[in-house]
Design a protein around this ligand. Sequence first.
Ligand SMILES: [Zn+2]
Ligand SMILES: [Zn+2]
Length: 317
Amino acid sequence: MKLKIWGSRGSIPVSPYPQDTWNEKKDLLLDFHNSGLTPDDYLKSKDFNSVAGYGGNTTCVQVTSKSGSNIIIDGGSGIRPLGMSLLGSDLGKGQGEAHIYLTHYHWDHLVGLPFFVPFYIPGNKIHVYSVCEDLEEVFEILFKKPYFPVPFNVIKAQIVFHQIEPRKEFKVGDLKCTPYQLDHPDPCWGLKVNSDDKNFAHCVDTEGTRISRDKLGDDLPLYQGIDLMYFDAQYDFNDHLSKVDWGHSASQIGLDLAMREGIKKVLFTHHDPAASDAQITDLKKDTQRYFQEQRRAKTSLYPVEWDFAYDGLVVEI
Ligand SMILES: [Zn+2]
Ligand SMILES: [Zn+2]
């Protein structure tokens, strides 16, 4: 199974090019100047995020099975470049199918949908899934004046809405998908995706208020037998404690869950729009400290692999 991150920011898209971002890069330019390396060798010597940052598109993830079945999770602004990338496939010729799962209807998860070009190509068939109620009505509002100039009936593709049941499996090709509830002020449904004996868990947006197995109850399977968990870490740990009911979590919460349940790898995401690239890198350092402390204190905890997501990242499991 392959995962591509098209948007890793939360709440609202951000520009990666404000003045302060350029100022942050000054140190990098000086470092390059003093290194004596060629540009190519210098870039190879750096970690990706210190040069390119984390990106500014809101949440959108593409999951692809070995045999090519595909599901898109959420339509944040990252779905715009994803749509452009699909124009080389059958969707560009009006002979393709796409599957879009919406976790909930907060703006940052929908804002890119009117810019998903395959909607406007006649002959395409696009399936839209959600557990949240009123899927068709909510979707049509996105294409309504005065919010958007192109009305819903101008969409040329065939749209098929699927109002799905909580905790009941639905299939997209050979991808077996099951929605479980997350902890968010408006109901939000994570997704467990299974294919070829691999499991991916999409856990965004969530505050992670239910941690114990008892409290997770019927939603515990979302965190069990997981090869890769994509987890909301918008805040640092102290912010998370003060922002009760804001609906977002911190990396330490995700790590606790992953170390207990034996989750193989975690990617932290839904980065705060107010966080600079340097601040997200600081969160990574905090996470590393916490991870080492926990592992030292209790060696039986699972040695989870983890990292922070960024726009354009591809992970295979
Ligand atoms: Zn969100
Ligand atoms: Zn939300």
